[in-house]
Design a protein. Sequence first.
Length: 338
Amino acid sequence: MRSPKDFFRPLAVGAPAPLREVPANPSRMIHFFPPSNAKMVAKVPDIAPTVDVLLGNLEDGVPATDKEAARAGLIEVGKKWSTPDTQFWTRINSLDSPWALDDLQAAVLEIGDVLDVVMVPKVEGPEDIHYVDRLLAQLEAKAGLDRPILVHAILETAAGVARVEEICAASPRMQGLSLGPADLAANRRMKTTRVGGGHPGYLVRADPEGGDLEAPRATYQQDLWHYTIARMVDACVSNGIFPYYGPFGDIKDVQACEDQFRNAFLLGCVGAWSLHPVQIGIAKKVFSPDPKDVAHAQRVIEAMGDGTGAIMLDGKMEDDASVKQCRVMLETAKALAE
Ligand code: GLV
Ligand code: MG
């Protein structure tokens, strides 16, 4: 997969900036911390080296009365940032809130030199990205930054999903998209009250007249997010940017979290958000290819010789397209090992 930096054009405002060396991968987990919480800010030096991406959250989850404290906490962390192998992101408030402009100004002017990506919530169309792109260009020029800050959008409104391709293509700054299942559920008027994951009521029941003979009334919980994730992955990949699953709110249910992350991984996502340290390990495990799958991929590639034609391996047909899938597995493993 190409890195977002391959897509950079010179910025619209200020001198053309050199391409920014943002490690696009790995970003298996985007670990959220609330910068308004002094205790959490104090833990940053310990947490930062253990994650691929650390994100200071200014938006939902931060009470309206703490928005300024959160901004100040983010700046404090940015000023002391000394973990260059970890990406440093922030999630600003939504563009229709009273805080987004102040968030962007503070983040770029105060700590733009260490900030890799700005996550923009509730993006509804390319115009939202254009607005952020132009502001970033002005602020970068004002701050004298020599590398552009990238943009990550959260897909969490029906309008955003309907225009996901345009959002991905809206700016060369686009780094990726995350699914925002909680806001998306509300906006779509779904009947859930959870933050991501499945729902016990959304299931498929085997036909009592037949179907699965072993378990005639078996029920299977369905993935509420399959359609949106698949659509997001297609839009991201066709624009050379990265798709992510978003939050999983039931911190205690580590099994369901792992299942949800794995569904997203298998569908093409490169990472997910972690909201608690326990989810860091889950994301690391799920979004790193299993060594058994990597070994198998290597075996198929070797057995396929020049990569064309068809062979039988362990009773299964493999051909040119299997080789391509196996290469994805190896490339992912290699990128994570680097
Ligand atoms: C994330 O922001 C969500 O709404 O799920
Ligand atoms: Mg949200």
